[in-house]
Design a protein around this ligand. Structure first.
Ligand code: ARG
Length: 590
């Protein structure tokens, strides 16, 4: 089923063509005020400007040729030439029944052309615990994957972990120094944990700065690592495995679909780096400048107006983040056959990706059918409006943040519903706590910064996860009560060939349910989860309005099937949005 807004758009374009022979946009939006209808088209103003004619007249001509009577009531023309459209109850009825017959997709079509889309997200740096700075890439990236998968694309999730580089030389040298036993065995298996590693890394760095001989040892270890020295590699591998023990459980808790097989860290590309530099040199793009190998992509300038270098090899021969990203990009196109690559990182990496894309295009690695996208996001801030840190100024560890959210949620559950059994309480606290953190992030426009607040994200009313989860549980409880009263919900719904809307609230809720596809499409197109949360919030509000105004179980026989169906579809839509697309758990009872 095509979203109504697209059908209307198409029909108006058609009418414009018939009237004027022009290809002019229909400019359809959701009406700002329900008074005027459900949709509004500004097509006439645009076309009138083009034709230098009267917009109201044009609107009349468009309406006359408009073939839309199966969906909308007779269009109305308002003001200078707005075309106002109102959906017909018969259409809404048919649409809801169709949605109901398709529980998997809720009537939402797949994209006609399935693409192979690589989504590069999360990408924590190894040997450090994941902190709040990794939250956004991890969950927004996962949500983008879910939306694209639902649209029918072949999504390849890639976790580009930072597992290669000079810091590992330092760490290995440090471990060698501290953990070598007398018979020179390295006792690190089982004895080194991620929380230690972070401290070791700090110690190693301090030692490096203070002690020249240690610095030399570190550099030797980098060389050994690059040369594939087996002992050095083993220690390195242990560090990576240890780090995974930190981030994998976090992914699992967050409901983020990332596993070891999605991992292609920086180290994966190490052998391709000389080829990248060599090929770019051969192509005449990479040149030596001040000892380093650089590319000067067109259109990038320093503050002083000089060409801006994209450095791919330092004078000591070392490769950089940029070199690895070039190798990864080429690998994704040539080996993974990506039609689209989406990178999800914070906005500070914007210039890096702009230059990366420019270089790859100039090198001819990206043909015009391949799309490169950088999806950016703002920072998570503390109450003071500065990047969110602990009181002592450390990064907030993600693990601890999630623990805190779940523990606070547990207290709320205890207060609201002390009679539940322990296991139920635990499950609800988990769903509510983790859901709160994710939903609060999603519900902000991703390009803005937002202030992290447990109190706000766990509020029972407002645009929060728990409000949505509660709405879901409430609808489900209606179903349970119906069963207690021996009402055959599924049977009644099945027998309803046509719905019967008798109140404004029913119609309002029904229209909103029909619009789910529009919201999903918009969120997917712009990679913006907040379009979904906004939709869901309005859905829950409209459900509330409906439920306050309309008895369901005690409704008369003419109304009950319609109302039962509205409840069913509200529940299914919330569940689909929260669970399938945002990866947030719902609970049947709260
Ligand atoms: N490890 C990087 C960081 O922490 C993120 C990686 C993003 N992906 C990429 N292909 N560069 O900033």
């Amino acid at each position: 089923m095509k979203p109504v807004i697209d059908i209307i758009d198409q029909q108006i374009c058609q009418a414009i063509k018939t009237v004027s022979g022009e290809d002019s946009p229909a400019m359809v939006t959701v009406a700002t005020d329900a008074k005027f209808g459900d949709y509004q088209a500004n097509a006439a103003m645009v076309l009138a400007k083009k034709l230098k004619s009267n917009p109201r007249k044009i609107a009349e001509q468009i309406v006359e040729k408009l073939n839309i009577s199966d969906i909308c009531e007779k269009p109305e023309i308002a003001g200078p030439g707005f075309i106002n459209l109102r959906l017909k109850p018969e259409y809404i009825s048919a649409a809801l029944l169709q949605i109901n017959s398709d529980p998997e997709r809720l009537g939402i079509d797949k994209e006609q052309q399935s693409k192979t889309v690589v989504v590069d997200f999360s990408g924590p740096n190894i040997a450090k615990e994941m902190h709040v700075g990794h939250l956004r890439s991890t969950i927004i990236g996962d949500c983008i994957c879910r939306m694209l998968e639902f649209a029918g694309h072949n999504v390849i999730r890639q976790n580009h972990i930072g597992d290669w580089g000079t810091q590992f030389g330092m760490l290995v040298a440090y471990l060698n120094l501290e953990f070598r036993t007398q018979n020179s065995e390295l006792r690190i298996q089982n004895s080194i944990h991620i929380s230690d590693l972070e401290q070791f890394y700090k110690n190693a760095k301090a030692k490096c700065d203070a002690d020249e001989s240690f610095e030399k040892l570190s550099r030797q270890q980098v060389v050994k690592l690059h040369d594939g020295n087996s002992e050095t590699l083993n220690i390195w591998k242990h560090i990576v495995d240890e780090s995974r023990k930190n981030y994998q459980p976090i992914y699992n808790r967050l409901g983020v679909n990332l596993h070891k097989e999605n991992e292609r860290g920086e180290s994966f590309y190490k052998d391709m780096l000389p080829g990248v530099v060599g090929d770019l040199k051969k192509a005449g793009l990479a040149k030596e400048s001040d000892g380093a190998i650089c590319i000067f992509p067109e259109g990038f300038k320093t503050k002083e107006g000089q060409p801006l270098p994209f450095i791919i090899q330092k004078s000591d021969g070392a490769y950089l983040y940029a070199t690895t990203d070039l190798a990864a990009l080429r690998f994704r196109i040539n080996q993974l056959h990506a039609n689209k690559i989406i990178y999800v990182t914070d906005a500070r990496q914007q210039l890096h990706f702009q230059m990366l894309f420019a270089v790859a295009k100039q090198a001819g690695w990206v043909n015009e059918n391949i799309e490169l996208v950088h999806v950016t996001f703002g920072s998570v801030l503390g109450d003071d409006g500065r990047p969110f840190k602990t009181r002592s100024g450390e990064n907030v560890k993600l693990q601890e943040l999630l623990d805190e959210a779940v523990s606070r949620a547990g207290k709320i559950v205890e207060q609201k519903n002390p009679a539940l059994d322990k296991e139920q309480k635990r499950q609800i606290a988990n769903a509510v706590g983790i859901g709160a953190v994710k939903y609060a992030d999603f519900s902000n426009n991703r390009t803005s910064d937002y202030v992290f607040s447990f109190d706000r994200m766990l509020a029972m009313d407002g645009n929060t996860a728990v409000y949505m989860q509660y709405a879901y549980a409430r609808v489900k409880s209606i179903h349970r009560k119906a069963e207690e009263k021996n009402i055959d919900v599924d049977g009644e719904i099945k027998r309803a060939a046509k719905l019967n809307f008798t109140t404004a609230e029913e119609l309002d809720l029904a229209k909103h349910i029909v619009r789910y596809g529009e919201a999903v499409e918009a969120a997917t197109r712009d990679y913006r989860p907040n379009f979904l949360t906004q939709y869901l919030y309005e859905l829950a509000q409209k459900f509330s309005g409906f439920y306050n105004a309309c008895p369901v179980l005690d409704a008369d026989a003419a109304s009950r099937p319609t109302r039962l169906l509205l409840c069913e579809l509200t529940a299914q839509t919330i569940k689909h949005g929260l669970n399938e697309l945002l990866g947030i758990d719902v609970v049947e009872q709260m």
